[in-house]
Design a protein around this ligand. Structure first.
Ligand SMILES: [Zn+2]
Ligand SMILES: [Zn+2]
Length: 254
């Protein structure tokens, strides 16, 4: 399984991640924060499915642009996979003619721009040789993480979330788990903001790690760009083990 966190900087590649998108095996995306800005456009056109974790802007920012770039009047429309609440939020706050044309209404008379596939907690489904299971996380709005298994290896994406129990219980029951991408959004100086916005700091990140009773590779994601150095400084002050922060643009193989 190949996983790439997509760059969201313009001008030159940088470690900062302003918006969130992962691409798995070149054909499945998780979140649409920046897939609509990928170059060349053929990379976007290879994506058959986009799984949305939730409707916060850093996860859907490039969705309208992406749908425009991959639109075909003759081909199979891209599938957007999301929970019902996320679908409702995207339809009423983005595709409402004010922020972007109402693509759902337009599709009543034109070839569709996309089709929805509804995700439900713990209901596994298959796409392009991957089996995907939505995992309920603990965030400001209903949010899914994902367990992705290609038949040989299994990777969990756990973001965005505040401390959560059920997700780790679920992952502890899995026969195999090779890696976890876990969010680490704020430094300790902003612990109260992290609590209010339902994200993790180094202290709560470490607590979450201990809930998983498996030996896996850990990757930190979703570090607020301007706070990256402070977050990593806080982490090294309370943990002996080094932390691996995902590098946008790098391809990780499992
Ligand atoms: Zn969020
Ligand atoms: Zn986010």
């Amino acid at each position: 399984m190949k996983i790439q966190v997509i760059e969201s900087t313009v001008g030159q590649s940088a470690r900062h991640q302003f918006a969130v998108s992962y691409v798995i095996n070149d054909t499945v995306a998780i979140d649409a924060g920046c897939i609509g800005f990928m170059h060349p456009i053929a990379r976007q056109q290879r994506l058959s499915h986009v799984l949305l974790t939730h409707s916060h802007f850093d996860h859907i920012a490039s969705l309208p642009v992406f749908l425009e770039n991959v639109y075909s009047t003759t081909g199979v429309p891209v599938v957007l996979c999301a929970g019902e609440e996320t679908q409702r939020a995207v339809q009423s706050h983005v595709f409402n003619d004010e922020v972007w044309p109402d693509l759902i209404r337009i599709a009543q008379t034109e070839p569709p721009f996309f089709t929805w596939q509804t995700l439900r907690e713990s209901e596994t489904f298959s796409i392009n040789g991957l089996s995907v299971t939505p995992i309920r996380l603990n965030h400001l709005i209903p949010t899914f993480g994902f367990l992705i298994d290609d038949g040989h290896t299994s990777v969990a994406i756990v973001s965005d979330t505040a401390p959560v129990t059920q997700a780790w219980d679920f992952l502890n029951r899995q026969p195999r788990l090779n890696a976890v991408f876990l969010e680490l959004s704020f430094p300790e100086s902003m612990a109260e903001l992290a609590r209010r916005t339902m994200h993790l700091t180094p202290t709560t990140f470490l607590r979450e790690q201990r809930k998983l009773k498996k030996d896996v590779d850990w990757f930190a994601v979703h570090l607020k760009a301007t706070l990256r150095e402070e977050i990593l400084g806080d982490f090294s002050a309370i943990s002996d083990s080094p932390i691996v922060v995902v590098e946008p643009g790098t391809e990780y193989s499992f």
